[in-house]
Design a protein around this ligand. Structure first.
Ligand code: ATP
Length: 357
């Protein structure tokens, strides 16, 4: 479950079906107004979950209930048109021959709303995404960010109980993406239904979602609020998403943490038994020679990659203890860091966090 049990309002789903090689078993639940961010590696089953919620793929088992109504219970199922769903994908899929206004009015019209009321509603939705003045533009006359906003307006114009956003921003360039992300955040705040947001972008998830669900190989590997997930990642994939070095390990009461392949970490805050151990990349210092200071954890490693990120660089290190370090660009030049070079990495014992696995 992704949120506390509730009284039937909102989304309550257990999605079980086979698709390709993946046997999907994913539970999702949320109250009205909540945004669930669904993340995971390629092929894990995120889009399949969205298609099941939309009614495109039938459940083999499990259930989908929205506001107490059964949409699918493995036997009875509502077809997509019977579901109060709004859908927005990376490709906005607008009708190219229709004006922005008519693209949005299409949904209410096809659900029986008369022409004038459908257009009034479409005008209202266009205004809410800041495009009141582009009502007569055809999709080809709109920028990609504007097309995305029209697609969002269209998805919401039918008053869906469930809004499904599958990589809604992934086709946008970084600047447009950032602007559209904040517009989306504002619009979602005013939306009363449940939103399921599939994304590969940690920033989308951390800024838009109330609750995160990680789906890997058809299974939920971690759920929690963004703050919980940032604090305690519980799978190597989640560790990568939140940007921490993460190790499955065994801890003892003396502050020794043994990672699987003979690696040893020293920590000042030991947890006994099966633990996850994390090291923030910014806590790793790099040296040309073996450091003599107080750091308890030091390893000679080889630089496998250097990538820039704003004013800092992430340095991938391989060897006895694989690590990612984050250092300033000044350090990169001062140390003359290059791929293939041998360096010493050091981490203070106070910087090694452990928590039960
Ligand atoms: N049209 C299809 N027919 C059969 N199997 C499919 C089809 N599309 C996807 N699959 C398979 O279903 C499984 C789940 O894929 P899905 O697209 O749901 O993953 P995803 O988590 O959304 O991945 P991505 O991040 O790449 O979009 C994969 O094994 C995939 O190969």
């Amino acid at each position: 479950m992704t949120a506390p049990q509730h009284d039937g309002e909102g989304l309550d789903a257990r999605i079980r079906l086979q698709r390709g090689a993946v046997e999907l078993d994913v539970s999702l639940s949320a109250r009205p107004g909540q945004v669930i961010g669904v993340l995971g590696p390629n092929g894990g089953g995120k889009t399949t979950s969205v298609l099941a919620l939309a009614g495109v793929l039938p459940l083999a088992d499990g259930h989908i209930r929205v506001d107490g109504d059964v949409w699918d219970d493995g036997h009875r199922r509502l077809v997509p048109e019977q579901r109060a769903v709004g859908l927005m994908l990376a490709d906005s899929l607008l009708f190219p021959h229709l004006r922005a206004l008519d693209n949005i009015a299409y949904g209410p019209r096809s659900r029986g709303v008369d022409r004038r009321r459908a257009r009034d509603r479409a005008r209202d939705e266009l205004a809410r995404v800041g495009l009141a003045d582009r009502a007569t533009a055809k999709p080809a006359e709109l920028s990609s960010g504007q097309q995305a906003r029209v697609a969002l307006a269209r998805a919401l114009a039918t008053d869906p109980a469930l809004l499904l956003l599958d990589e809604p921003l992934s086709a946008l360039d970084p600047d447009t993406r950032a602007r559209t992300r904040s517009d989306l955040a504002v619009r979602l705040t005013a939306y009363a239904g449940v939103t399921v947001l599939v994304t590969h972008d940690p920033l989308d998830a951390l800024t838009l979602a109330d609750h995160l669900v990680f789906v890997e190989d058809g299974r939920v590997t971690q759920t929690g609020s963004p703050a919980e997930v940032l604090r305690e990642p519980r799978s190597p994939y989640v560790g990568t998403v939140v940007g921490l070095n993460l190790y499955a390990a065994q801890g003892d009461s003396h502050g020794h943490v043994h990672t699987g392949d003979g690696g040893l970490l020293v920590t000042t805050a030991p947890t006994e038994g099966s633990v996850w151990a994390t090291i923030a990349p910014s806590a790793v210092s790099l040296h040309r020679h073996e450091p003599e200071g107080s750091a308890r954890n030091t390893w000679p490693l080889r630089i496998a990659s250097v990538t820039m990120q704003g004013q800092s660089a992430r340095v991938g290190l391989v060897g006895a203890f694989p690590l990612t370090a984050e250092v300033t660009l000044e350090s990169v030049t001062a140390l003359g860091l290059q791929v293939g070079q041998q360096v010493w990495a050091a981490v203070k014992a106070t910087e090694v966090r452990t928590y039960p696995r």
